[in-house]
Design a protein around this ligand. Sequence first.
Ligand code: PMP
Length: 380
Amino acid sequence: MELSKFISKAAKVGEIYNLHHFRLGWQKPEYRRLMGNELVYPPSPKVIEAVRSIADRLNYYPEDPYTDVELRAKLAEYVGLPGRADWITCGNGSMEVIDLLYKAFLDEGDEILISTPDYSPYTRRVPLYGASVVSVLPVDQDFNYTLESFTSKITPKTKMALVSRPNNPDGHQISRELVRGLCQTGILVVIDEAYFEFGDSPVEDLLDEYPNLVISHTFSKAMGLAGIRLGWIVARPELIEAVNRVRTPLNIGLVTKVAAMAAIDDADYIRENVRRVKEDREFLFNELKKFPGFYPIPSQANFVMIRVTNGLKASEIYEYLLGKGYITRSFVNARGLPGDQYFRITIGAHEDVLGVLKELRNYFEENSISLQSTTVKERM
Ligand code: PMP
């Protein structure tokens, strides 16, 4: 039987997102996971206790995020919006949340502006909804954007702009002024704050001023709970209602809920982890600058992306580090990252940072590249 006749238009244009790096991480538990911007520190004892304490009630359905005011109230408070539970809804990770936003707001023929590079699943799922991606390019090699970069791409078909802030994979954070400017254009502005705890200026306060602003969050980064899959968005209740209408009911599991609540309650634990990551990020960044041909991009997130020059190949460095037990991420001809010149290191524990630096020095030595030579002056 010809099975292709059953496949919908959306499934025909859909792509499978390659997540083999996580497979590798689970297959090789002895390797250090510096590839997916997870936190390497385990959940706080309070989170572990909360998960244990719900285990004997897993025979029951959880509440739906729509009725679960308790969870949403806590999330609202976490981002400084106490009493605004109705400004929030949840998804199974922010990957689902982004999809829900597409489902709720994109129609056939719409255009969506997406910064380039940015988190790669953003672009892949747009065609599922009959919309198209318009790539917005940075103005320099440090991945800065101007308002013009975006406004010059706006057409009558533009429905939405989507930017991660700080950005994955480059670590750069667009300015608050730029977010304001985007909101003033009147299109829907989605700011993915997956990494905002590692940055220095969340934009939640702009929600009062701009009703067309939507902010996305996750428990996978600073909260250190990538395994529970909790993402959530903050926006005006009218927009949240629209998202709830397209959301699958009961999409947040019971374990996810209790772990998330306990994590927020243990604020000191989160703060300390974030402090460590930021300290190690600055250390790594400064050390990376000393390698000839390396140009680390200043980062406000829990990773540093490096551009390699002088004939070095990012994929070769990735393979070398992998051989030494460090899983990093190389980007070869990725969207907005041409050639074989970019790789990214997630900030692990301090020993991971030291270990990676040691192996990088070994790589240079084995390839007879002198570490004495000057660092790249020309910042391309
Ligand atoms: N947004 C950005 C910018 C990310 O980098 C990631 C994960 N790498 C996500 C969203 C997905 O996060 P989640 O685990 O919540 O689906």
